[in-house]
Design a protein around this ligand. Structure first.
Ligand SMILES: [Zn+2]
Ligand SMILES: [Zn+2]
Length: 233
């Protein structure tokens, strides 16, 4: 579309559906420029595997001895402040249009941080959860990101076959890992020899992403990286 038309369409949409900043309530954008600047960015050095800040830039204590299928997890932000509010609105308040500016933030991140991938795969929800919520926020993010960086989105290959109980905040890392182990499987071998970039909104222990990576590699994926908007630290 011509840039002028895109702009006009934006103005028309704004008149129909005025937008308010999820951080401060100012009218105009879903995330205003001031709130955008205050987003809790994760800065290097990072643990090369889980992507959490790690002063030395070597494997963090939590990753030493963790045999993973996932190559690594990268995230632009901590799950905090305006980012936490934005993800809450996207996930539980049906504010699906937020997937657009959030995917733009992922795109910005990828211009300075290389994460390998030739196909995007959103972390799937179980059918039951999908019916309750009506949409999968990770799928929305992957679709918007795919348009921006021109990568295909494969969202019907990896499936969640078990409806894992919500992860209690108090559960240990080992409990989280055994909770999601075997929860995912691939329907077919479409992702064989592909470098998969898994997309999710939030990662806590990384156990879900690693369980997805296990299923994707069993179906022949050559590498699996995780790209999440925000990390719980
Ligand atoms: Zn704001
Ligand atoms: Zn680590």
């Amino acid at each position: 579309m011509l840039p002028q038309l895109t702009k006009l369409k934006g103005i028309a949409l704004n008149l129909l559906f005025p937008q308010w900043c999820v951080g401060c309530g100012k009218e105009g954008d879903f995330i205003c420029s001031a709130c955008r600047r205050s987003l809790p960015r994760l800065m290097p050095p990072l643990c090369p595997r889980c992507g959490r800040p790690q002063s030395s830039g070597i494997l963090c204590p939590g990753c030493v001895g963790w045999q993973t299928e996932i190559e690594g997890i990268r995230s632009p932000f901590r799950f905090d402040g305006v980012m936490r509010q934005a993800i809450y609105q996207l996930k539980y308040r049906n504010l699906r249009a937020l997937a657009v500016p959030l995917a733009q933030l992922l795109q910005d991140y990828l211009t300075t941080s290389h994460v390998p991938g030739d196909a995007l795969v959103p972390v799937p929800l179980h059918q039951k959860r999908l019916r309750q919520r009506g949409y999968n926020q990770s799928r929305l993010l992957a679709q918007e990101l795919g348009k921006l960086i021109n990568l295909p989105v494969v969202d019907d290959c990896l499936i969640r076959r078990r409806h894992a109980p919500p992860q209690a905040r108090t559960s240990t890392v080992d409990e989280r890992r055994s909770n999601v182990a075997d929860a995912f499987t691939c329907r077919d071998h479409r992702l064989r020899d592909k470098q998969v970039l898994l997309v999710d909104d939030v990662s806590t222990s990384g156990a879900t992403l690693d369980a997805c990576a296990t299923a994707l590699k069993a179906a022949g994926a050559s590498s699996v990286w995780g790209l999440v908007l925000a990390r719980e630290i």
